[in-house]
Design a protein around this ligand. Structure first.
Ligand SMILES: *[C@@H]1O[C@H](CO)[C@@H](O)[C@H](O)[C@H]1NC(C)=O
Ligand SMILES: *[C@@H]1O[C@H](CO)[C@@H](O)[C@H](O)[C@H]1NC(C)=O
Ligand SMILES: *[C@@H]1O[C@H](CO)[C@@H](O)[C@H](O)[C@H]1NC(C)=O
Ligand SMILES: *[C@@H]1O[C@H](CO)[C@@H](O)[C@H](O)[C@H]1NC(C)=O
Ligand SMILES: *[C@@H]1O[C@H](CO)[C@@H](O)[C@H](O)[C@H]1NC(C)=O
Ligand SMILES: *[C@@H]1O[C@H](CO)[C@@H](O)[C@H](O)[C@H]1NC(C)=O
Ligand SMILES: *[C@@H]1O[C@H](CO)[C@@H](O)[C@H](O)[C@H]1NC(C)=O
Ligand SMILES: *[C@@H]1O[C@H](CO)[C@@H](O)[C@H](O)[C@H]1NC(C)=O
Ligand SMILES: *[C@@H]1O[C@H](CO)[C@@H](O)[C@H](O)[C@H]1NC(C)=O
Length: 836
């Protein structure tokens, strides 16, 4: 199975003019006005400030020197308030940590009434929950000049929901309004004349009713991207001021053809319609919008060819038409005058026909290029491009010569996945920061890396030999390697894990799975203190898991499935770990209770070993299994492309559930699983563990477990797969089991269960194979009749000898089964994007 991470790229590209403002101090003699100070302290009262950002806001200090506050040099009145919060995307989660940011509510009306001269207010990327705008305040000051506000940025306060934007009308000076990421779906009645409007990701569902009445005559820039409009391009758009220069409507669900009325907007410089469902040909007349700088039509359903009229768009810096259904020929005519072009995406599948003169020297020097071509040779003009930072070649087949490697060694980001690149990598020195060459036809030994490489995925190729050329025989070893992500899985590599780890302390993700590696885990791997994800599955590694690995205290995924490891189950795995996969080895001993301290664990797979003893009774302490909130469980590696965009790699694991072996990647975080099957476990199933109601899959089959299944199993409402087969469990099948409406796979066979299978429930929907091998079990779907006089009151009353005769309470004639079983559907949005 392919266990390389499923990958997709997304862009957090609500393109914004990033305006930085220095929160400079005012000179000492300036004293802020009492009124402003009072207003700011009032504002502070509504704010919850967990990291004491506002600690300088005390009456002892001049308020012009408070953090984030700036006063006018002459009047000393407060003009700027800038309290944006900075966060960094952590490596292995999609949740930004905003616990240090400001929260609480914004008393906006009060603030604006009192801070009469405030013209710049930036509260970006905090975590405010409410905004209070009291119209009484605005009336009270008659509003004509109540607000000097010119710039308002509330974007990325993701938990802020705004029901009404009426208050904007009391801000006549407002020119810049940033509301990206704020939930505005309740607001349908807003209007404003702004010169710039940015409301990306606002969950707006409909364009027309709210906007068509707006007076947008001075609008220069409109951004309504990543909302939820399911419609044709709105007609009012073409009645916008002909002076508009930027329209961004990417990532909506816009349909239909591009209307010719777009030509009315003759000053258009930016037209971004990326990631919609627009169709029809890319119109030739678009080439008449001569001021266009940025044209993004990629990720739509356009057909036909790239118009040659684009060759006249001499201001164009970005031309993105990839990921459509284009066909036809591209040649130098398409790009004749594009001397400013920096970014070109003409990827198409099947590839466009390249008809370039082999002596053509493009008028441009590209920085970003995405293309596909029908081999066998790269277009010659590619080698004239000396500034490429980002090169994407897809679904193409070509021979990579020495010339190619020296060319790409200057390219920082190399995305060559799924090509048929035929090359021997033994002598190649890779130098790009980001290298993604999985699923090609790479042969020979492993390449060498320069210290620039931070990301390398060469999985699923035919590389052979040992891993030392990559990790040890490093000409430029200077102890300063930056490699964070290394995936060489699914090759034919052999030999041991080497002792060269001291050079690679920056590694975060290591995947050596599905090779032919042998030997023990060297203790020097414990030097990888940043390691979050270690995959060594499907090799021939053996020995104990060294205790020294406890130095890898960031470990979230530990996967050594299908090797020959032995010894005890490691009891030192960091408590924050999310997945522990030891299946199909020779681990022995008992399951350590330290497992229960791993409160974030969602995958506990120790199946197919020789583990004995009892199932620990503390499993209910694994709180991640008590909740079913998958989004907390994401195992995502973010690799920054630039300031706005990241490649996202979801970690993956191969798991057995519902009787199938499935590779979970994108959806790994939806699976929470305990698999202890095929061991020597004995004793009862601890009843406390039935409070793990977030669990999706539970497999205790092929052990020596005894006792009964308590009725509380009915609480495990998220269970889709349950296997207790081949144990020594007894008693009746509890009625509670029929509460599990998502259960799609059930196996209780080969135990000592007795009595009647609860009837009239979906439990009959499972075939007889789910119940066979229980001598005294009866009722559909089994063919055995149930015969008994009295109904059992208390299933716990079964005596030790297992005298089940008391429970033959029914005379039942079975009819065929035919119940459907529940299934949770999950859909994902794949987004591939070229923009920064
Ligand atoms: C406008 O502002 C000025 C100076 O701050 C003030 O004197 C005047 O009363 C205000 N006008 C109104 C209508 O509020
Ligand atoms: C729109 O606003 C402009 C400028 O403020 C104004 O001149 C124009 O009359 C307004 N148009 C409508 C239809 O309200
Ligand atoms: C656009 O403006 C024209 C006149 O300027 C008007 O007739 C038409 O109804 C407007 N269309 C929309 C959709 O507002
Ligand atoms: C490019 O523009 C020139 C004049 O500016 C025009 O004559 C020519 O037809 C245009 N070419 C295309 C392909 O539109
Ligand atoms: C794995 O390595 C062994 C020797 O260690 C060799 O005999 C075998 O052919 C290799 N298997 C594969 C699939 O490369
Ligand atoms: C499990 O949690 C309980 C508290 O909820 C605690 O008292 C107990 O020590 C924990 N057990 C283990 C083995 O972690
Ligand atoms: C999600 O899980 C966390 C603990 O990881 C818990 O605190 C929170 O309440 C859960 N949320 C829901 C909606 O279950
Ligand atoms: C449970 O584990 C056994 C053995 O490991 C496997 O054969 C079976 O398919 C698993 N059951 C389910 C429902 O996945
Ligand atoms: C349940 O498990 C038994 C033994 O492992 C197997 O023979 C049977 O086919 C399984 N039933 C189903 C429905 O998978």
């Amino acid at each position: 199975m392919n266990t390389s991470p499923s990958e997709y790229a997304i862009i957090f590209a609500w393109l914004l003019c990033a305006i930085m403002f220095n929160t400079g101090m005012c000179s000492l003699n300036i004293r802020c006005s009492q009124k402003d100070k009072h207003a700011l302290l009032n504002f502070k009262q509504g704010v919850i400030d967990p990291s004491s950002v506002l600690s300088s806001w005390s009456t002892q200090q001049d308020c012009c020197e408070w953090r984030g506050v700036k006063c006018d040099n002459i009047t000393s009145r407060v003009t700027h308030l800038s309290l944006s919060c900075s966060t960094t995307l952590p490596t292995y989660t999609d949740k930004e940590d905003k616990s240090h940011c400001l929260t609480g509510s914004i008393h906006l009306s009060l603030l604006l009434v009192e801070l009469e001269f405030l013209n710049y207010l930036n509260l970006r990327n905090n975590d405010f929950l409410a905004i209070q705008f009291d119209s009484v305040h605005s009336q009270y000051c008659h509003c004509a000049n109540s607000s000097a506000l010119h710039y308002l940025d509330l974007s990325y306060n993701d938990n802020l929901s705004i029901n009404s934007l009426q208050w904007i009308s009391s801000m006549p000076s407002l020119e810049y309004l940033y509301l990206t990421g704020i939930d505005l779906h309740k607001e349908t009645n807003w209007l404003q004349f702004l010169s710039e409007l940015d409301m990306g990701g606002c969950q707006l569902k409909d364009l027309s009713p709210s906007i068509q009445y707006a007076n947008f005559t001075s609008l220069k820039s409109l951004s309504l991207s990543a909302n939820e409009f399911p419609s044709d391009l709105p007609k009012w758009l073409f009645n916008l001021s002909s002076g508009i220069s930027s329209i961004e409507l990417y990532s909506n669900s816009l349909k239909g053809k591009l209307p010719k009325a777009l030509l009315n907007l003759k000053h258009l410089e930016v037209l971004n319609l990326e990631d919609n469902k627009l169709s029809g040909p890319i119109p030739y007349w678009l080439g008449k919008l001569e001021h266009l700088r940025y044209l993004a039509l990629n990720l739509n359903k356009f057909s036909g060819s790239i118009p040659t009229s684009f060759g006249n768009l001499s201001s164009l810096t970005s031309l993105l038409v990839g990921h459509n259904q284009l066909s036809g020929v591209v040649s130098e005519r398409n790009f004749a005058k594009l001397s400013k072009l920096r970014e070109l995406d003409i990827y198409s599948s099947p590839p466009l026909i390249f008809d370039f003169d082999s002596y053509w020297v493009p008028p441009f020097q590209l920085q970003r290029l995405a293309l596909a071509f029908a081999g066998p040779n790269l277009p010659v003009w590619l080698y004239t491009q000396r500034s490429i930072e980002w090169l994407d070649i897809y679904e193409s087949s070509f021979e990579a010569q020495g010339k190619f490697w020296s060319f790409v060694s200057r390219v920082a980001q190399l995305y060559l996945k799924d090509n048929l690149i035929d090359v021997n990598m033994s002598k190649v020195l890779l130098n790009s920061t980001f290298i993604y060459m999985s699923s090609n036809d790479l042969k020979g030994g492993l390449p060498q890396l320069s210290s620039n490489v931070a990301f390398l995925d060469i999985s699923n190729n035919s590389l052979s030999g040992t891993i030392s050329p990559l990790l040890c025989d490093h000409k430029m070893l200077n102890g300063k390697n930056n490699l964070e992500y290394l995936d060489i899985s699914l090759n034919h590599l052999s030999g041991g894990l080497t002792n060269c780890w001291k050079n690679w302390k920056s590694l975060v993700h290591v995947n050596f799975g599905s090779n032919n590696l042998t030997g023990k885990i060297p203790t020097s791997m414990s030097l990888l203190s940043n390691l979050t994800s270690l995959h060594l599955h499907e090799n021939k590694l053996y020995g104990d898991i060294p205790l020294a690995l406890q130095n890898c205290h960031s470990l979230l995924i530990f996967n050594v499935r299908e090797n020959n490891f032995s010894g005890n189950i490691p009891n030192w795995i960091p408590h924050g770990a999310k997945a522990l996969q030891l299946r199909s080895n020779h681990f022995s001993g008992v399951i350590p209770t330290q497992i229960c301290l791993m409160s974030s664990l969602i995958i506990l797979d120790v199946a197919d070993n020789t583990i004995s003893g009892h199932i620990p009774s503390c499993l209910h302490n694994i709180t991640a299994l008590v909740f079913n909130n998958a989004s907390y469980n994401k195992l995502t590696f973010f690799f920054p492309i630039d300031g706005f965009s990241y490649y996202i790699f979801e970690d993956s694991l191969e798991l057995v559930t519902k009787g199938q072996t499935i590779d979970y990647g994108m959806n790994l975080h939806f699976v929470s699983l305990i698999d202890m099957s095929s061991n020597n476990l004995s004793g009862i199933i601890p009843p406390q563990m039935f409070s793990l109601i977030g669990l999706y899959s539970l497999n205790f089959s092929h052990n020596k477990l005894t006792g009964q299944i308590p009725n509380e199993i009915g609480n495990m409402k998220n269970l889709e797969s349950l296997d207790f087969s081949t144990n020594q469990l007894r008693g009746e099948i509890p009625q509670g089991l029929s509460n599990l409406s998502f259960l799609a796979s059930l196996n209780l066979s080969f135990n000592n269960f007795t009595g009647k299978i609860p009837s009239g429930t979906q439990l009959q929907g499972f075939g007889a194979l789910s119940y066979i091998g229980n001598r005294n079990l009866c009722g559909p779907p089994l063919t055995k009749f149930c015969l008994q006089v009295s109904e059992p009151k208390d299933t716990k009353a079964i005596d030790e000898d297992g005298d089940e005769s008391a429970f033959w309470s029914w005379f039942y004639i079975g009819i065929g089964s035919g119940f459907g079983t529940g299934f949770l559907g999950v859909s994902y949005k794949f987004l591939y994007d070229l923009r920064g």
